[in-house]
Design a protein around this ligand. Structure first.
Ligand SMILES: *[C@@H]1O[C@H](CO)[C@@H](O)[C@H](O)[C@H]1NC(C)=O
Ligand SMILES: *[C@@H]1O[C@H](CO)[C@@H](O)[C@H](O)[C@H]1NC(C)=O
Ligand SMILES: *[C@@H]1O[C@H](CO)[C@@H](O)[C@H](O)[C@H]1NC(C)=O
Ligand SMILES: *[C@@H]1O[C@H](CO)[C@@H](O)[C@H](O)[C@H]1NC(C)=O
Length: 354
């Protein structure tokens, strides 16, 4: 009976997953709903669609982290779309979370990017929350061993990257570490890309310094370790996305491991994003493969990059139209202390893909 009910449970989970409701990043759905809860009762952990069973457990044990996780979900959505606004795939399907279309549901290059970014975002958000005193379980980051520079000393409050990586990692990786359901090869891919995201975050920790003292005398010079903004981490991950490696599973002893599909036999590097299946070209609409196509997307006639009309429109050509934009202009500063501006109308040419 025990075996039977277990089997039934696994079957139900597998079926639900098949209906696209079991993505390890479905917590990104908290961006829509997460702020409606106070997160001060353990029941809150199973109210929304976003959390998978292992994450619900972490939620009950660490309720105080949930506002940071909700924030991370919002930032992931926004940052992904900003980083890809000039690309054929523009991250718009992330809006559907906690449900995903095939571009993010399968082991594509795009899902590799989103997993890495989401994983970096949770740890980023927790590390920052520690430093701003929002969490009872952590505070400022540890003071580094080295000296920051001549005449400077450590002070202020650094982002607690260590705690962010520990708790954020546990949360983001939980669905892959659970043995319950999901394709084991996709899990390996997701785990790897989550780790790449956290590595990019580690690389984004920098020493920030400030001069204080009476009227800028700079008699006190302090430094702390602070994280770059998530959008900077996203740009780094975007280059990794462009250079991502297609991998294939291989047996190594009794274990499975991902190795590059083309080229040489080498293990995948900790710094490279990996994916399992090729993406559509995102030029034409193909809902089965998660492509919205680029018809009606705006393109840039003078650009030579990915947002150029040639590349964005996949050679189909474009339509031009003019648009009137109203801007503030001829601004004057008045002593003291306000600014007045006029409203100017300007005509701009816009181009959209055929
Ligand atoms: C928001 O929460 C309600 C339940 O409170 C749920 O039915 C709905 O699916 C949620 N929406 C999203 C996008 O998570
Ligand atoms: C939880 O938070 C809400 C809103 O801030 C508050 O009204 C409620 O009393 C809190 N409940 C507990 C058990 O602290
Ligand atoms: C992203 O692409 C989709 C599909 O082509 C389009 O509907 C949407 O407006 C685009 N979003 C932005 C911000 O350009
Ligand atoms: C178009 O691309 C050019 C060159 O990259 C850039 O200077 C310009 O700001 C872009 N225009 C718009 C509307 O994005």
């Amino acid at each position: 009976m025990e075996m039977g009910s277990r089997y039934l449970f696994a079957l139900i989970v597998a079926t639900v997953c098949h209906l696209k409701l079991c993505q390890a990043i479905q917590w990104l759905g908290l961006a829509v709903n997460g702020s409606t809860l106070a997160w001060n009762l353990t029941q809150h952990c199973r109210l929304l669609d976003g959390l998978l069973p292992d994450q619900q457990l972490l939620c009950r044990r660490n309720l105080e982290l949930m506002p940071s996780i909700v924030l991370a979900a919002k930032q992931t959505k926004l940052t992904c779309q900003k980083a890809f606004f000039d690309m054929r795939w523009n991250c718009s399907s992330i809006e559907l979370a906690p449900i995903f279309s095939p571009d993010l549901e399968k082991g594509t290059r795009e899902s590799a990017f989103v997993y890495a970014l989401a994983s970096a975002a949770v740890s980023h958000s927790i590390a920052r929350a520690c430093a701003s005193g929002e969490l009872p379980t952590c505070s400022c980051g540890a003071i580094p061993g080295e000296v920051p520079g001549p005449d400077f000393r450590w002070g202020g409050c650094g982002d607690n990257l260590r705690y962010g990586l520990q708790m954020g990692g546990a949360f983001a990786d939980a669905p892959m570490k659970s043995s319950r359901a999901g394709n084991p090869i996709t899990k390996l891919m997701n785990l790897h890309n989550n780790e790449v995201g956290r590595q990019a975050l580690i690389d984004a920790l920098e020493t920030k310094c400030k001069c204080h003292g009476v009227s800028g005398s700079c008699s006190v010079k302090t430094c702390w370790k602070g994280l770059q903004e998530l959008r900077d981490v996203a740009m780094e991950l975007k280059s990794k996305y462009l250079a991502a490696t297609r991998v294939t599973p291989r047996h190594v002893g009794t274990r499975k491991q991902l190795v590059p599909r083309e080229l040489d036999i080498r293990p995948v590097r900790e710094t490279e994003l990996v994916y399992l299946i090729s993406s559509p070209d995102y030029c034409t609409r193909n809902e089965k493969r998660g492509s919205y196509g680029t018809q009606d997307r705006q393109c840039n006639k003078t650009s030579v990059g990915s947002d150029s009309c040639n590349l964005m429109c996949c050679g189909r050509g474009y339509n031009a139209y003019t648009e009137k934009v109203i801007e503030r202009c001829q601004c004057k500063y008045h002593w003291c202390c306000y600014v007045t501006c006029k409203k100017c109308e300007r005509t701009v040419e816009r181009y959209v893909c055929k």
